[in-house]
Ligand binder design. Structure first.
Ligand code: IPE
Ligand code: IPE
Ligand code: MG
Length: 246
């Protein structure tokens, strides 16, 4: 079934080079089964494996996943502990396979707020998979877009204060070079699961011209088939970037 869709994706032309996903709905998935919320997050790991495999199959070059926001630090401590434990479990289980498949993992966010063992795990997976050129996998953890933008402004201000940068040189490209996402082009396609019609402080700068795709599917139920459907929908869009149709 997913093979057929993949064929269609290939026939339809340009695959989005960069896909970003707000992975939402784990809690509702668990509630629907009368399970504790952490089991929803656990089930969500299967969907991460699916989209990584799907992106490799379809030829997507960059996949950026919103896994934990700075606002999520306000959740109950046991849920945060469960999420951090799952992050470590994901890394322990997947690091070798990611490396074999040449997936290069980067973690974007305020890593200073992570505990020692989560911090060690994320540094290990980045080092272990460094240079993987088949797919760049960005995991946004303790990430907030406004904080990222404020940080970029601070870094530029430091350069100006040190006399290394003329304020007149600060344009959009120079600014974007201080964002965590500097190495990659902006997302072409943003997917949000669980039906919520909002951005929730994710990649505000980078999503300027992304195509938006919201699906009611809850994140733990999301498969590569759903990813290919989103890509097919994207391929039917006309991206005008403010110009008129040709
Ligand atoms: C997404 O699922 C995972 C994180 C935000 C960490 P949620 O936990 O937000 O699930 P819902 O939105 O409560 O269903
Ligand atoms: C956004 O989901 C953050 C992640 C998916 C990590 P949330 O569930 O935290 O967002 P809101 O609260 O519905 O906006
Ligand atoms: Mg949510």
């Amino acid at each position: 079934m997913s093979e057929e869709l993949l064929q269609q994706v290939r026939l339809h032309g340009a695959v989005p080079g960069h896909v970003a996903i707000i992975m939402d709905g784990n809690g509702r998935w668990a509630r629907g089964r009368r399970l504790p919320r952490p089991l929803g997050h656990h089930a969500g790991m299967g969907a991460v494996r699916e989209v990584v495999a799907g992106c490799l199959e379809a030829g997507v070059e960059v996949l950026t996943l919103f896994a934990f926001s700075q606002e999520n630090w306000q959740r109950p401590a046991p849920e945060i502990e469960a999420l951090m434990g799952l992050l470590e479990e994901y890394i322990a289980r997947e690091a070798d396979e990611l490396r074999e498949k040449r997936v290069g993992v980067r973690i974007l966010g305020d890593l200073d707020r992570l505990g020692t063992s989560a911090r060690t795990a994320v540094e290990r997976v980045m080092a272990h998979t460094a240079g993987g050129g088949a797919l760049a996998l960005n995991l946004c953890i303790s990430y907030s877009s406004r904080a990222e933008i404020a940080r970029a402004a601070r870094l530029l201000a430091d350069e100006v204060a040190a006399g290394r940068l003329d304020p007149a040189e600060i344009d959009e490209d120079r600014f974007a070079r201080e964002l965590y996402t500097a190495p990659w082009p902006d997302p072409d396609l943003l997917i949000r699961t669980s039906g919520e019609m909002r951005i929730s402080n994710f990649l505000l700068w980078q999503l300027a011209y992304a195509e938006l795709y919201v699906t009611p599917v809850l994140w733990p139920d999301f498969t590569r088939r759903n990813l290919f459907e989103a890509i097919l929908d994207y391929q039917r869009r006309e991206r005008r970037f403010g110009r008129v149709s040709v």
